[in-house]
Each structure stands twice: as structure tokens, then as C-alpha cells.
Write a protein that binds this ligand. Sequence first.
Ligand code: NOJ
Length: 556
Amino acid sequence: MQRKEPEAASGWAPWKTGVVYQVYPRSFADTSGDGLGDLEGITRHLDHLAGSPDSLGVDAIWLSPINPSPGLDLGYDISDYASVDPQFGTEGDFDRLVAEAHRRGIKVILDLVVNHTSDAHAWFVASRSSRTGPYADRYLWSDPAGTDRAGGPVPPNNWVSFFGGSAWEWEPVRGQFYEHTFLAQQPDLNWRDPGTRADVKAMMRHWLARGVDGFRMDVFNAFLKDPQRRSNPIRRGRSAWTRQLHVHDKDQPDLPALLAELRAVVDEAPGRMTVGELFDGHASRAARLSAERHLVFDFELLQAGWSAAAIGRALDRREAAYGPDRWPTVVLSNHDQPRHVSRWGAGRDLDEIARASALLLLTMRGTPFLYYGEELGVPGVVIPNDVAIDPPARHSGPGFRWWNRDQARAPMPWTGEPGAGFTTGHPWLPLPPDWRTRNVAAQRADPSSVLAFYRALLALRRARPALHSGGLARVSTSTPGVLAFRRWTINDRALVVLNLGRRDLAAILRLEGPAGWRPALGTHGSNPPGIARNGRISLRALEGVVLVGTDVPPVR
Ligand code: NOJ
């Protein structure tokens, strides 16, 4: 008999055992013909995600921001937290999306962007106009440090914006600077103002009452800044941002207490969650800030190169940071980074790199976050900076380098019809280069497609406790280019072996314990390689396999 997994009882499932799928609403599906995705488009495609025999089989969706926004950071500059941006649809469309998702067993996570608002938000409009009144301290206002030779105001310290330039913007009406970690049109909230806390908590309760199951908390470790506004120490680095040690403009000592307050709001009903986006930090900090039902992204894997050594090191760092009692996330792509098949796939077959990286993503210890389109192996689109929509890319130049994030945000290809089934109009960004053949309809009909592999792997993951909730230990091999690890629970075992290299090879794994392994799923077709008693396994280039213990119950 399988032992009951404790997370099911604690409301920790499915956030621990399940899989989350990130939808970038602008790019998922357009039903109005304006070239921009909308909520109704997401609802119409929920069957792709879960609830029908053809579905991918995910447990939750995370929607990038859907609130009204001037769009200067494509929704990450919110001007009204309480409603839905009309360009994505109506309030009714949102409620229907939640109901239809829940009907299919899909939980819904919203993006909580509360490090900053848009400068068009009513709070900021009031705050910038006067040093008195209820919103006077809602943002981070500071007097100038003095005047420069031309008589202009000097910012209070050396903090810089992640999007380039000083983090301080002069507001002549108040005669003060305000702070912004991102664009000047994204002023940072003052989290030491009780009004900020009260209003954000009320807003969270509003969305939770509408059925939302949790929040992805944008740059959550930057919410608090040094109250004394001390300058950051300087270090060597390649950009204005990396030339500072960011000890005073994020990761403040009172952050855990603030997170506990916000998490308590989410925990007012069981089974809900948050996932914090760790801004500019490593696995150790992510692990320290994580808690049951409250995950934290770390981007160690996302920043690793495609080699067994680099990914193995990232894996070791994560395992050391999280230890047996904390639970990591696994992320290979999102709306801010080059898609992983393009990042890792240079000179390689896209389908092969997509399958090999999916094997890692869905068998490592942690809650996987998929990024829309990766289940098809969709690559990045090349969009030069001079036609970029992404704001920091538009002012990228010799003094400020920026990777244009439009390249990871192309519309989802659903069919080979004009508009790729994404839109009947003109898509807001170019379609991915190979959309005519790489699309959902084509891959659904092809049992050897990347999509078919994702579905099979997700099904295997769901069926095997070792894969969705087990421990992880690396298995050593002296064969370069090969990564291997074991996963286990009390009564389930799995072994994952992957050749990341460009050549076929035979590896010898140093396996401890009884050698009973049956290949369950491989990247290269229906006959995945087995492992000999002496630990020998033959793998083609970019071939990976999941083996399961033969002394444990078979997959149903
Ligand atoms: C992180 C988000 O993922 C990114 O897209 C955004 O530009 C910044 N936070 C600012 O909100």
C-alpha cells in the first residue's frame, strides 16, 4: 500500500506535488481580433492545459498582470489593483475564467505587483501633489542631498534603477525625489506606511474572494528599503547595477515579518499559496525566505549553461540551500529571460533540446513552472532593439545593456492557419519563426512531438511519488557530459540519466543498493535504454531516460 503523502492533508498539495503553467495574457489567445491576447482566449484554451484526455496535465496557471496599466512595463505598472484591464476583457470574463479553470481542477494564481505602482495610480497622483494628506507617505520620498553646480537637486544617495539611470526622480511639486527600482513611471511603494499594508491586504482579499488561489509576488525581496537611505557599497561590476552591493535597497531585516503578514492573508483559507520572485539573489536566500505553501523562485538553473557540470553544480547548490525540509521551484523560462530552447539550443536540434530540458524540469526536486509555448519547443523570436516594445530595451545602448524581453513573449501558435490560431488580426509581436509547423494542432496529432513528450512526462510525474515529492541525490559517474540523480520516497524510487553532450556514449553509473531499474520514459522514442547490473547505460546525444524501481508498484 502506498503511504498517504502528508502534503495532501496539509493543503500543501498541489503546490508541492503539482505543476504550474505561466500564461502571458497578451500572447496566449486573442478572441477580439485586436492582435492582443485576452481572458476569453485563455478560457477557450483551458482544455489544452487540463481537464480533458488530450490535455497537458497541469495543476495551476499563473497569469502575468491583468490589471489596468499604462503598459509602460507591459502590465507590471499597475494603475488600478481592483479591476481587470478592459483590453483583456470584462470583470465577467475574469470570473468565468476562474470558474472554468476550477471546473477543470486548475488553480489560478495572479501576479501581485506591489513593490511599485504605475505613476498613473490614484495613490501616486495624490502623493506627488502634496506632502500632507492620506497618501503623503505612500511612496519613498526624500529631500535632496544638496544642489549641484548648476543649482539642480542632488539625489539622496547612490541607488540606481535596474532599468538604467538613478533610482531617484525629482518631483517639483513636492520639491522632493521619489525612488523607483524600475522605470521612473513605476514609483516604489513605502511598505513602512500602515496605509500601504492595509490597502494591499484589502486588495488581496478582494481577489481571493473572487476565487483566486494565490499570488506570484513580483520582486518581493525589494519591498522594503533602508529607512536611513544609506548609499550602497561599491564593487566591481559590468553595469551600474552590478557595480553596487544591494544591501540597502532590498533584502532588509524586517522583510520576513512583512512576508509573514502578507502570507497570513493568503492562509486565511486553506489550500492557497504564494510564490515570491526573488529579485537578484541566489538559492540560499530563496530557501531562507520559503515556507510551506509559500514558494520562492530562484534562478540558479535558469542561469546555468547547458553542460552536465554546470547544471550539476546548480543542482548541488540548490539541494544544499533547501536541505530536506524546504521545497524549491524549478524554472527554465519565463517572460523576462531568453526561452531555454534558444538559450541552450544553439547549433542543436530544437526538439531534442526541448525534450532533454523538459526531462530535467519535470524530474528535479521542486515545483515546476512551465512557460507557455515551451511544451511545443517554441524558440525565441529575434526582435532588434530599435523596434523593441520592452521599455528598457528601447533605451539600451553603450552605457546600459539590456536583453530585449519581447523575444520571449511571442504569441502562442495554436494552428497552422493564418494568425496561427492566435488572432484573426495583426499580432502585437511577430509569431514564432516556425509557427506553421510548430503549433498545438500539429503536435497534438504527432505522437513523437515535443507536446506528446511533455504530456507523457507530466503523467509519469503525477503517477510517481518519487518524482513529484521525493528527495534527490546525485548519482556519480566519471563519464563527462552525463548527469544522473535518484529520486525517492518511502515506497517509490526513480532514476534520471541524461546525456547533455553532442556524442553518443556509454556511461557507468555508481549505483548503490539493489539494481532493479525499469526504463519508464525516454526522450528518444518508445524504447528507452535500460541500465545493466554493473551500472552501464548507453545514451545517444541529448538522450535522457527516467527509470523506476522494479521493487515498487507499477505505474497505473
Ligand atoms: C519582475 C517582472 O517579472 C518584470 O517583467 C518586471 O519588469 C519587473 N519585475 C518590474 O515589475
